[in-house]
Design a protein around this ligand. Sequence first.
Ligand SMILES: Cc1cc2nc3c(=O)[nH]c(=O)nc-3n(C[C@H](O)[C@H](O)[C@H](O)COP(=O)(O)O)c2cc1C
Length: 349
Amino acid sequence: MQRIQQLLSIKYPIVQAPMLGVTTPAMVAAVAEAGALGSLPVGGLSPGRTRELIRATKALTQRPFAVNLFAHAPAPEIDHQAIALMQDFLAEICREYQIPYTPQNPHDFRFYYYEDLIEVLLEEKIEVVSFTFGQLKAKVIDAFKQNGTRLIGTATSVAEAKVLAKAGIDIITVQGIEAGGHRGTFLHNQPLPQVGLNALLPQVVDEVNVPILAAGGIHNARTLQAAFALGASGVQVGSLFITAHESAASDAYKEAVLKAADTSTVLTRTFSGKWARGIQNQFMRRLNATGVSIPYYTHQNQLMSPIRTYAQQHQLTDFMAMWAGQAAGKSRRASTQEIVEGLIRMLPG
Ligand SMILES: Cc1cc2nc3c(=O)[nH]c(=O)nc-3n(C[C@H](O)[C@H](O)[C@H](O)COP(=O)(O)O)c2cc1C
């Protein structure tokens, strides 16, 4: 346990999961101030916005925090036919729900890849960089290592954990199928690996010799203890922070999380083109029922982006991507400080 605290310069082996669209600089800073590791998500954001968010976080805390990247390869060729069919469906369903919809030109799609952000992270002397959706290129790993940056990768299978460990990644987050948000899967997507934390964690611990963070469904003393008993050196907790006062989630999303049952979430590609766990809603049901094929990430993500923003602003839960894990209903409205201090108190002796 001590090893992970030394590696990350933190007092407690608890990581607040990066949650794009939910995590704010205020949340990250509050976690850091409490002695745990806050994570600032910047996956897909521009270098300018990334720097702004890092500076906003630094203005609130002098403690180290992690910055989180999406390490996927660039999207494959644009599938114009699939995008046209999807836009027909979106136009129709938006008309039905009176949501403004303007068709997009796929040539205007813009997404920043992690390599666009490395310079900013090095310049800002970020001490911990975590990533999901892939493995960093060797030259990027070298650049971070020369800078003394600690690296945390995400694995959803033993094979992925081995790939990360072999490349010298310092810590691995093992993401069980219970976890909210996107799957970090990057090796074999067809079919998607769906291993529960209880089965995955001890198998990864047996196979790789780096400290492991357990992620997925961790919410109370028993789940924390189980993670450590199964060999984790620390935990990464996401869903419990969605309802934090410092969260950027809309009030309707927070209410849906608070009311969620164990069975309320599903794995879906409907909102982004990449598998993710979220609270089931009408948009997911309707798109799945049509059988229309879903364009790849990041294309579907870009098509959905204006609809999701409108839904967030108008509290339309049926069109929001309400990412949440299978134990998200165990959350409560509280400050980030209260939530993280609650977790610290529950750490095994
Ligand atoms: C709303 C939400 C957004 C997420 N966004 C990210 C992200 O940007 N980067 C990332 O590495 N993981 C992301 N995740 C996954 C978390 O890192 C973590 O695996 C998950 O929250 C753990 O399971 P739990 O939600 O049951 O605690 C997200 C999870 C949620 C709930």
